[in-house]
Design a protein around this ligand. Structure first.
Ligand code: PBG
Ligand code: ZN
Length: 332
């Protein structure tokens, strides 16, 4: 044969393949989402998310020490208050002695380097399960009236020790409102990771079960994005950057690789992608059936998200991946 160009030449040995590998993943790029609940001595597995747990604040610390040892960048904390404390305005989300504030103070006392990122939203704290306060007749989410509550929540988390706040509500103008309230209280150094392009996705199902945060009526389509839209994601990202977002997120991840790619190309800030609960659970179901190989599939999936352009990965697989990278059986 007279073939002169043979791409296979660079695939002949593990060393060679590793040398020409274009995309890498390290524990320092991973963020591990965790659920914190009320109570004491509780570490309960989430039925639809095998291997993921809800922790009471007293058991959170030792888990955070384990995560820190794995050299994962940080954790994203979600709160699950007592259902009886929820109200129309999501008050338990911004009380100084609320669940996430206590968790953050406990975390600050237990770990030194681990980044503490607090999800800022109201759906876990409202009795109606929507991400903002409501207007009546017809019931709908009040964008501007919600900004003040989100700002309060972000500020409470910054005061309690969050390094980064991550608004996930998708209200217009929330990044600007949060930046302003953080700055005027002296928290100029608290960074904002905005869920900039967050889609109204069926893949949040297991999370809503885990966090007991499903809306009690309607859906989130009037604030989260339509899965059919891509240009709109660019617009959302641009607005969040103008309002002062330090990092932007695309969510979910694998079904939205094109969005990750577009966001990567249009912005200079770090881009995060959230492999959400449904992505995790669907893979786990296939692993349990023996239909997909866990290690290979997790690696391929996360590398795909990195290849599309994400710098930072939020994933429920963070701990097992960090462990594999450390043991050296990631870069086969
Ligand atoms: C709260 C929030 C959700 C997720 C992160 N923050 C759920 C939702 O919007 O209903 C989903 C995360 C996951 O599915 O893993 N707004
Ligand atoms: Zn929400």
């Amino acid at each position: 044969m007279t073939l002169t160009i043979r791409p296979r030449r660079l695939r002949t040995s593990p060393r060679l393949r590793r040398m020409v590998r274009e995309t890498r993943l390290e524990p320092g790029q991973l963020i591990y989402p965790m659920f914190v609940r009320e109570g004491r001595g509780i570490r309960e597995e989430i039925p639809s998310m095998p291997g993921q747990f809800r922790y009471s604040v007293d058991l959170l610390g030792q888990e955070l020490e384990r995560v820190e040892e794995l050299e994962i960048a940080g954790v994203m904390l979600f709160g699950i208050p007592d259902p009886s404390e929820k109200d129309a305005l999501g008050t338990p989300g911004y009380l100084e002695d609320g669940l996430i504030c206590r968790a953050l103070r406990e975390a600050r006392a237990r770990v030194e380097d681990l980044l503490l990122i607090a999800d800022v939203c109201l759906c876990e704290y409202t009795d109606h399960g929507h991400c903002g306060r409501l207007l009546e007749d017809p019931p709908r989410v009040d964008n501007d009236g919600t900004l003040e509550l989100l700002s309060k929540e972000a500020l409470a988390y910054a005061r309690a020790g969050a390094h980064v706040v991550a608004p996930s509500d998708m209200m217009d103008g929330r990044v600007g409102a949060i930046r302003k309230s953080l700055d005027s209280a002296g928290f100029q150094e608290t960074a904002i990771l905005s869920y900039a392009a967050k889609y109204a996705s069926a893949y949040y199902g297991p999370f809503r079960e885990a966090a007991e945060s499903a809306p009690s009526f309607g859906d989130r389509k009037s604030y989260q994005m339509d899965p059919a839209n891509a240009r709109e994601a660019v617009r959302e990202v641009r607005l969040d950057l103008e309002e002062g977002a330090d990092m932007v997120m695309v969510k979910p991840a694998l079904p939205y690789l094109d969005i990750i790619h577009r966001v990567r190309r249009m912005s200079e800030v770090p881009v995060a992608a959230y492999q959400v609960s449904g992505e995790f659970s669907a893979l786990c179901a296939a692993f349990a059936q023996g239909w997909l190989n866990r290690d290979q599939t997790v690696r391929e999936t996360l590398l795909s998200i990195r290849r599309a352009g994400a710098d930072i990965l939020l994933t429920y697989f963070a701990c097992e991946v960090a462990d594999r990278i450390r043991r050296g059986d990631w870069n086969e």
